[in-house]
Design a protein. Structure first.
Length: 145
């Protein structure tokens, strides 16, 4: 398995262990992880700290040229908000662990020139399926249902 997706999965497991939603993300530039994050909406009482947003925040201020060389890994298909951040910063590639349990605006992101790759990782699928089954109300809150 891709070591960067594995790092995102580790982040997702951290979030779950903290009582949050098991979604993780890493930002990679030039073969190195420059930021990691996981969904912290529950832990921080936040309205915006999805895994990708936490990851970008933890990456700090980067130059536009850095983003243009970056790949964002996420264990779950990014939502509208997180996909918007990808477009805003011009991140050219997104690797998605799975989109079976939730599918964000992948086609739109692709239409804007982003290379979107879904790997259908079984561990990512199982993490989300188990979470959704065990905490449906928390999951529905996270996706705005």
């Amino acid at each position: 398995m891709d070591k960067f997706l594995q790092a995102a999965i580790e982040e997702a497991k951290k979030g779950l262990a903290e009582g949050g939603i098991p979604i993780g993300s890493v930002l990679v530039i030039d073969g190195k992880i420059v930021g990691r994050g996981h969904n912290k909406r529950v832990q921080k009482g936040s309205s915006v700290l999805h895994a990708e947003m936490d990851c970008l925040e933890n990456s700090g201020r980067l130059k536009a040229n850095d983003y243009k060389k970056a790949t964002l890994y996420s264990t779950l298909s990014p939502c509208d908000m997180c996909s918007g951040a990808v477009l805003l910063y011009g991140i050219p590639k997104v690797i998605i662990g799975e989109n079976k349990t939730f599918k964000g605006p992948e086609e739109y992101v692709k239409s804007r020139g982003v290379n979107v790759e879904v790997v259908n990782n079984q561990e990512c699928i199982e993490l989300m399926e188990n979470f959704i089954k065990n905490k449906p109300e928390l999951w529905n809150e996270d996706i705005g249902v």
